[in-house]
Design a protein around this ligand. Sequence first.
Ligand code: LIP
Length: 264
Amino acid sequence: MTVDLPIAVQLQELAVDIAREAGALARERRAAGVALAATKTTLADIVTEADREVEALIRSRLDAERPGDGFLGEESEAAQSSTGITWVVDPIDGTVNYAYGIPSYNVSIAAVQGEVDEALAAAVYAPALDELFTAARGGGAWLGDQRLAVTAENPAGALLATGFGYDPATHDGDLATVRRVMPLARDLRRMGAAALDLAYVAAGRLDGYFERGLAPWDFAAGGLLVREAGGVVSRVDTASDRPMIIAAGPALHERLSEVLHKEI
Ligand code: LIP
């Protein structure tokens, strides 16, 4: 007798299975040596052959298992959904880390229903670290059998993470933002992979994260992890071409929003 699991759990199980297979391929290609395929918005914005190969693997698995679902990925054409579910995929998030051999890269897969902020299921897999973060809406966020929870406020200040875009023209503004936020911080991290930054907020390894200019595939899966771990994720300045993501526990999210709203 098959048990009809809630759709979010079914999607989560598929996302986990595909993320593991895709992550293994990325790790294998990394060990063999990374080939640059092209540059995109700037010379610093690279795509490797592995990015494209991993996304093709993910897409073929989803087409086989979930025909009719939509697809929004970093490296290939979008596909409309006829089922109400769309997969939002970054095949290798942290591409520059990947190209340099820095282990902080991951496969990020989210199944969303409606807006990208409304993910039903998520899997963020860091194959070089063999850590898979996952969540289904209403089912909590997990790292293996460890249930994840965001941190509470710390009188020592917040351990924050952020990131910078590939366009050098945006760096001054982003650094000004960092300067405004630092009075809330005990220290700052810049790890180069948004989905891992979000997964670490969910896991309590970071207190908060903020970054401008992310694409849906950078935050769709990690955003669900944070929400299912008791955190708050918001997107502000959405009218601009570089909206800001803010993710933290509720109290810190409020303080970060106050500071970051002042610059908008
Ligand atoms: C990256 C993000 C990172 C951001 C980089 C880039 P990619 O995604 O994960 O947080 O700072 O500019 O957008 O390009 O490696 O998939």
